[in-house]
Write a protein that binds this ligand. Structure first.
Ligand code: ZN
Length: 497
C-alpha cells in the first residue's frame, strides 16, 4: 500500500517536473538577431571634452524661481551653437516658453509623420553636505580615468549632447532625413515639465503635428541588476506611472491635553489611524500589464531557477511576487504605491490640536486612475474615521498614468534592433518607467512614446543618478552617439506612415 502511494507520488512529481520543463522550454527567446553593424566612427576624446563643457554650466532649475541660473542656460545655448555649427545652419531653432529649445530638421517628405528626440538641459542641485564626497568636483566636467564626470553627464546632458553629436555627424556626411526630426531640450524637466513640456505639447497640438515616434530619457541598460540574468538588459520604458498627492485633513475640537477625548478620536489619533490603514491596505499588487510583459521577455534569457519560476508563474507566481515586493524598485512596478510624505499637527506640547493634516503620495500604475485611487483612499479611511471628521483634497500637480506604447509595432522593433546593433550583448525588454519624464505630456500627439537612455548602469552606478559622483564612461558615451546616429538615420526613413 505504502509502496503504491509512493509510486503515485513519484508519478505526480514527474508529471509536474515535465510540465515545468515544457513551459520553461516552450518560452523561447524573443530577442531578434541582427547583423553586426559597421562601427560608426566617433572621435571619443573630442566628444567627451564637449560633454564636459556642457556639464560645467550650472543649469540647475529651481521651483521657487523660474529665472534662476538663466545666464547658465543662455551660456549652454551659446555653447550648442558653437559646437554644432551644421545643426544650427540646417535646423530651425525656436524657444519654448523662455529657455527650452525645439530644433526642427525638416524632412524631404512632408506627408511622413515626424519623429521627436527629447532630452533636458536642467540638472538637479548637489545635496548640501555631499560636495566633499565627490571624487571630482560636481561641476568640473572633467574627463579623467575613462569617464566624463559631473552633474548632468548622465542625466541628461549626456543624452542632449550625444543626440546633437549624432545629428551633426549625419549632416557632415550629407544625410537628409525623409521624416522631419525634432529635438526638444527642456529647461524644467526636473521641476516636472509643468511650464515648458506642457507648452510643447500645446504647440504640437496647435500645429496639428502627429508624431510617429518619441524617444525620451528613461530606463537604461542594466548590467548585473536583475538576479539570474547573466547579460545586460536594455529596458525600454513603454509607459509611465501617474502621480497623485492626497491631502487628508482631520478636524476636531481643540482642547487641553490634561483631558483628552476618547481613544482614537483626537485629530492626531485619527490621522495616525488613517495613515496606518492606508499603509496596511495598499492597492492591489500583481505581475500584470507591463511588468508581466517585461518578465515574460526576460525569462527565456535567464538561467537556473529564476527561468523556471518566471516561466511558470501559474505555480510560482506568489513566491516570485513576494520576492519582487521585497525590493523597492521592483515593488513599484507591481502596484500603485502608497507613500505617506507629510504630516502636520499641533504647536504646543500641552494643547490638543483641532486639525491634523497628512499628505500621501501615490504613483499610479497604468490601469488605475486618479479617481480610483481617491475612491480607495475614502474607502479605507472611512473604515477607521467617521466620514464627517475628515476632508480629502488633492495637490494640483497630478497626472494620470500614460498610455502603454504597443511593442508589436515597427517603432518598437526598430528601437529593439538598434539597441541590439550597438549593444550586441544586451537583451531588450519593455519596462515601466517609475519616475516622471517630459514626454508624459505628449500622449495626445503620439501613441509611440518610449523612454530609454543608452546608458549602461551596474548596481554600483544606480546611486549616481541624481546622487554623488555622477559620471558616464567615455566608451559608453561614444556608443550613445552611435546609437542615436543609427536610430536617426533609420527612423527618419519614411517607410510606412
Ligand atoms: Zn532626467
Amino acid at each position: 500500500m505504502i509502496k503504491k502511494i509512493g509510486l503515485g507520488f513519484l508519478a505526480v512529481l514527474l508529471l509536474l517536473a515535465s510540465i515545468l520543463a515544457v513551459n520553461t522550454l516552450r518560452k523561447g527567446s524573443q530577442q531578434i538577431n541582427v547583423a553586426p553593424l559597421a562601427v560608426i566612427s566617433v572621435d571619443v576624446a573630442a566628444v567627451a571634452e564637449r560633454l564636459g563643457e556642457a556639464v560645467r554650466l550650472k543649469t540647475i532649475s529651481v521651483h521657487s524661481d523660474p529665472k534662476a541660473n538663466q545666464d547658465q542656460f543662455e551660456a549652454l545655448h551659446k555653447l550648442l551653437q558653437q559646437r554644432f555649427p551644421k545643426v544650427h545652419a540646417s535646423m530651425q531653432v525656436e524657444r519654448v516658453e523662455d529657455l527650452s529649445l525645439l530644433y526642427t530638421w525638416k524632412g524631404s517628405n512632408p506627408s511622413a509623420q515626424p519623429i521627436l528626440f527629447v532630452s533636458h538641459q536642467d540638472v538637479v542641485p548637489i545635496a548640501p553636505g555631499t560636495e566633499s564626497k565627490w571624487e571630482q568636483p560636481p561641476f568640473s566636467g572633467l574627463v579623467k580615468g575613462g569617464f566624463i564626470w559631473g552633474r548632468g553627464s548622465w542625466d541628461n546632458k549626456g543624452n542632449l549632447m550625444s543626440q546633437l553629436e549624432a545629428a551633426e555627424s549625419l549632416l557632415v556626411a550629407g544625410f537628409k532625413p525623409e521624416r522631419t526630426v525634432y529635438f526638444y531640450q527642456g529647461a524644467d524637466e526636473e521641476l516636472g515639465g509643468v511650464r515648458d513640456a506642457q507648452a510643447l505639447a500645446k504647440l504640437f497640438a496647435q500645429r496639428k503635428v502627429r508624431l510617429q515616434m518619441v524617444l525620451d530619457e528613461g530606463l537604461v541598460i542594466t548590467d548585473g541588476v536583475l538576479p539570474g540574468l547573466n547579460r545586460p538588459a536594455a529596458l525600454i520604458g513603454v509607459a509611465e506611472k501617474g502621480y497623485l498627492s492626497v491631502i487628508l485633513k482631520f478636524n476636531t475640537a481643540p482642547g487641553h491635553s490634561s483631558q483628552p477625548p476618547a481613544k482614537g478620536t483626537s485629530a492626531v489619533g485619527m490621522m495616525s489611524a488613517a495613515i496606518k490603514r492606508l499603509d496596511d491596505n495598499q492597492l492591489q499588487s500583481g505581475i500584470r500589464g507591463v511588468a508581466a510583459q517585461m518578465f515574460d521577455t526576460i525569462a527565456p534569457e535567464m538561467s537556473g531557477f529564476g527561468r523556471v519560476a518566471l516561466s511558470n508563474l501559474w505555480l510560482f507566481g506568489p513566491i516570485v511576487q513576494k520576492q519582487l515586493e521585497s525590493g523597492a524598485a521592483t515593488h513599484a512596478m507591481l502596484r500603485t504605491t502608497t507613500a505617506p510624505t507629510l504630516a502636520h499637527a499641533g504647536n504646543k506640547d500641552n494643547v490638543l490640536p483641532g486639525l491634523a493634516e497628512a499628505t500621501i503620495n501615490f504613483r499610479i500604475l497604468p490601469g488605475d486612475t486618479q479617481e480610483s485611487v481617491k475612491a480607495h483612499v475614502r474607502n479605507q479611511v472611512e473604515q477607521v474615521v467617521p466620514k464627517e471628521k475628515y476632508e480629502l483634497f488633492t495637490m494640483e500637480e497630478a497626472s494620470e498614468p500614460s498610455k502603454v506604447a504597443p511593442t508589436a509595432s515597427a517603432q518598437y522593433r526598430l528601437l529593439q534592433t538598434t539597441i541590439r546593433e550597438v549593444f550586441p550583448t544586451a537583451m531588450v525588454a519593455p519596462g515601466l518607467m517609475i519616475g516622471g519624464t517630459d514626454s508624459r505630456y505628449l500622449g495626445e500627439v503620439s501613441d509611440h512614446i518610449f523612454k530609454f537612455s543608452p546608458v549602461i548602469a551596474t548596481p554600483a552606478d544606480l546611486p549616481r543618478f541624481h546622487g554623488t559622483n555622477e559620471r558616464i564612461a567615455m566608451s559608453n558615451y561614444a556608443d550613445a552617439i552611435r546609437f542615436y546616429h543609427r536610430l536617426m538615420s533609420q527612423a527618419s526613413k519614411a517607410t510606412g506612415n
